[in-house]
Design a protein around this ligand. Structure first.
Ligand SMILES: Cc1ncc(COP(=O)(O)O)c(C=O)c1O
Length: 380
């Protein structure tokens, strides 16, 4: 049986043409499409700069590098996220400090963030979990009051707004992912937006081995000379990926509308079912609905979340669980001694959450099927 996946890319003929055109050109990587995509993305979001990299993980790593995170520095991060949001701190030798989430939204709780700040804190990473922007004004105020930076892990929230302004313009650095399940895709890929020319420049060097010029710039100058000024990585995004990204970006507004239509169908269908509770959405945000997460209240039934998960999978619904709280992964337990009880709200929520399929290629029939199977499995 073919599952209805929880997320999926949308690729059309224009996307394919955009990639093929670049494959037939002279530059497969470090060519003109990289700057074109960066400019288009910065314009779309409303930021001054955008730096393209090879994944969302690379975007987060470049952010930590640009902020100078080094061994012993602490960075406050949410546990309710994909591991990469915390791993990027570890890549730089920093220490992730987990601050618990708000019970209703499962977004990082600013009060908990304040409680975790020490003299070693150098940054906060706020994750727009499911596509709902965090309370940026409050988090930015905390970070700037203490003299450090706010990073937005916006890998779920391209297309969202907070207080009427696009995600990508609120934090000092904003990291995006173009993995196929995200809002737009380049296969693998990522971007960081910022208004700081210095931070943008640092990240451009970092994605290119720590070398200040790239191959095309040297060719234009007729020079072979280059210097590596710091330790960097090969985190470059290819030209054909950038071309695909530009083609995808044009369709983003339509896709966000479709995600809203699907979310609304689910909201209405589950509104009066006490066993199902969607996460709260603040009226200060426009949600990007990367994920549609429900919280199951199965008290007094013989079921738990895992049983519902397996039954829905058997029914052909590709439900998923986002996320195992990061501090509970064996790596974090072993290296940092993080334990159950550190973030009780996230830990409790984890046992009850389930992500339903949501992506722009879903037909009305698929949405009906998800609703009907969810109702059937929880026996309503
Ligand atoms: C919140 C979050 N941060 C970071 C990442 C990493 O992005 P990528 O898979 O492009 O490296 C993901 C990807 O799933 C994510 O969901």
């Amino acid at each position: 049986m073919k599952l209805i996946p929880y997320g999926k890319q949308s690729i059309d003929e224009d996307d394919i043409k955009a990639v093929v055109q670049v494959l037939q050109s002279d530059w497969l990587t470090t060519g003109p499409k990289v700057a074109e995509f960066e400019e288009a993305f910065a314009r779309h979001v409303g930021s001054k700069y955008a730096v393209a990299v090879s994944s969302g993980t690379a975007a987060l790593h470049a952010s930590m590098y640009a902020l100078g995170i080094s061994p012993g520095d602490e960075v406050v991060v949410t546990p309710m996220t994909f591991a990469a949001s915390a791993n990027c701190i570890v890549f730089q030798g920093g220490v992730p400090v987990f601050a618990d989430v708000n019970h209703d939204t499962l977004l990082i709780d600013p009060e908990q963030v304040e409680n975790k700040i020490t003299s070693k804190t150098k940054a906060i990473i706020a994750v727009d979990y499911t596509g709902q922007p965090c309370d940026y004004d409050v988090l930015k105020d905390i970070a700037h009051r203490h003299g450090f930076f706010l990073v937005a892990d916006a890998c779920h929230s391209l297309g969202a707004t907070y207080k009427g302004k696009n995600v990508g313009t609120h934090a000092d650095l904003n990291a995006f992912s173009f993995h196929p399940v995200k809002h737009i895709t380049t296969g693998e890929g990522g971007m960081i937006t910022t208004d700081s020319p210095d931070l943008a420049e640092k990240m451009r060097t970092f994605r290119n081995h720590g070398i200040t010029t790239d191959h095309r710039q040297r060719e234009a100058q007729g020079s072979w000379f280059y210097e590596m000024v710091d330790l960097g990585y090969n985190y470059r995004l290819t030209d054909f990926q950038c071309s695909l990204g530009m083609s995808q970006l044009k369709k983003l507004p339509l896709w966000i509308d479709r995600r809203h239509e699907i979310a609304y169908r689910y909201d209405v269908a589950f509104r009066d079912i006490p066993q199902i509770k969607p996460l709260s959405v603040s009226n200060e945000v426009f949600h990007a609905y990367h994920l549609y997460v429900i919280r199951l209240n199965l008290n007094g039934t013989h079921m738990d979340r895992d049983m519902v998960f397996h039954s829905l999978r058997e029914e052909g619904i590709g439900v998923n669980v986002h996320y195992i709280p990061v501090h509970l992964h064996p790596f974090y337990r072993n290296r940092y001694g993080t334990r159950l009880g550190l973030c009780p709200i996230a830990e409790k929520a984890y046992k009850h959450i389930l992500s339903l399929p949501i992506h722009p290629t879903m037909s009305e029939q698929m949405i009906d099927e998800v609703i009907q199977k969810v109702k059937k499995v929880i026996s309503i």
